[in-house]
Structure formats: structure tokens, C-alpha cells
Design a protein around this ligand. Structure first.
Ligand SMILES: O=P(O)(O)OC[C@H]1O[C@H](OP(=O)(O)OP(=O)(O)O)[C@H](O)[C@@H]1O
Ligand code: HPA
Ligand SMILES: [Mg+2]
Length: 178
């Protein structure tokens, strides 16, 4: 049992609930992309755990790409400046892209990603996010595959960090000191 977090983090969405929802999303994506060549864009670092679990829940021959961006720099507020830290390994032209995110909070990261990827002339771009926090939205993002809508709390776990910590918790938790 992991217990290091208990003073600082309370459970919001259990490991079981997260895993059940990942399986449902995987089944839905499998149905929707039949006959298409799917490329999953795992947005580092936050979506790494979700993207890997989701990839295993999709019954299709897919390609996995990693794209690193950062704007929170370990804190609880977006700096508003999104930077690419690692780019994908191949041209994205003509591909069916599904961007995988852990959370859409202000929406600034996803707006940046959409604009950046659309400029590479893919066949299609859709969005899959495990979490949406609508209370903080600064720009409207249409999420094609959504895991859970959450309240206006800073969350950690299952890829999400505070100061680079807590990504390895298997559940979504609320950071108690924000
Ligand atoms: O909707 P937004 O307000 O833009 O917030 C969402 C983004 O912020 C987090 O990334 P972060 O910049 O913390 O980098 P990380 O994934 O490496 O933690 C998260 O993983 C999303 O990518
Ligand atoms: O609530 C959050 N937690 C961790 N990282 C984040 N990045 C955007 N929102 C969050
Ligand atoms: Mg972060």
C-alpha cells in the first residue's frame, strides 16, 4: 500500500473507477476508428499513465507518439505560456490523430496543441482527456472522449503532479493545500 501521500492528498476518483472508465473509453475508440490508422499523441508528462493504459484498452493496430509540453512548471497555476519540450518522432501529415491528455483545465495547452498539430495537415484530429475542469476554462475546447468532469480543485495522481510529485498515485486525488 502506498501511504506517503495521506497527509497531503485525499481520494477524488478511485483507482477502480479510473480503470473502469479507461476501459469504456478504449472500447468506444475501438468502435469509432475501425478501418482507420490511428495515431495516439501522448502529451508528456501528465498523460503518460493514462495514454499507456488507454492504448492497451484499444483493440486496433495503432501508433503511439509522444509530445512534451509544459506550462505549469510544477505549480498550481498555468503560466499561460505553453512550450514544446519534446516533439513527435514522425511527420503527422495524413494521419488520424487522437490527442491524449490527463486534464483540460484552462484549455490553453490544448488550444496550443490543436493549432500546432493542425498546421501539420493531419487527416483528422480528435481529443481524449481523462479529466475536464470547466470552472477554470479560459478557452472553449470540444472534448471528443472525456473521462470525468471535476470540480474546481487542484488534482494529482495518475500522471498529474504537484511539484513533479504524486504522478505515481494510481487514483485521482485532491491536493489538500492549494
Ligand atoms: O488546460 P491547461 O490549464 O493548459 O492545463 C492542462 C495541462 O497542464 C498540465 O501539464 P503541465 O504543464 O503541468 O506539464 P506536465 O504534464 O509535465 O505536468 C496537464 O498535464 C495538461 O497538459
Ligand atoms: O489540477 C491540476 N493538477 C495537476 N496539474 C494540472 N495541470 C492543470 N491542472 C492541473
Ligand atoms: Mg504538471
Amino acid at each position: 500500500m502506498t501511504t506517503f501521500h495521506e497527509k497531503d492528498v485525499g481520494v477524488l476518483i478511485s483507482e477502480e473507477a479510473v480503470q473502469a472508465r479507461v476501459k469504456e473509453l478504449g472500447a468506444q475508440i475501438t468502435r469509432d476508428y475501425q478501418g482507420k490508422e490511428l495515431t495516439l499523441i501522448c502529451v508528456l508528462k501528465g498523460s503518460a499513465f493514462f495514454a499507456i493504459d488507454l492504448a492497451r484498452a484499444i483493440d486496433l493496430p495503432l501508433t503511439l507518439e509522444f509530445l512534451g509540453v509544459a506550462s505549469y512548471h510544477g505549480g498550481t497555476e498555468s503560466t499561460g505560456e505553453v512550450r514544446i519540450t519534446t516533439d513527435v518522432s514522425k511527420p503527422m501529415a495524413g494521419k488520424h490523430l487522437l490527442i491524449i491528455e490527463d486534464i483540460i483545465d484552462t484549455g490553453l495547452t490544448m488550444s496550443f496543441l490543436l493549432e500546432n498539430l493542425q498546421a501539420r495537415h493531419p487527416a483528422s484530429v480528435k481529443i481524449c482527456s481523462l479529466l475536464e475542469k470547466p470552472a477554470r476554462a479560459k478557452t472553449k475546447v470540444n472534448i471528443d472522449y472525456k473521462g470525468f468532469v471535476i470540480e474546481d480543485k487542484f488534482v494529482v495522481g495518475y500522471g498529474l503532479d504537484y511539484g513533479e510529485k504524486y504522478r505515481n498515485l494510481p487514483f485521482i486525488g485532491i491536493w489538500k493545500h492549494a
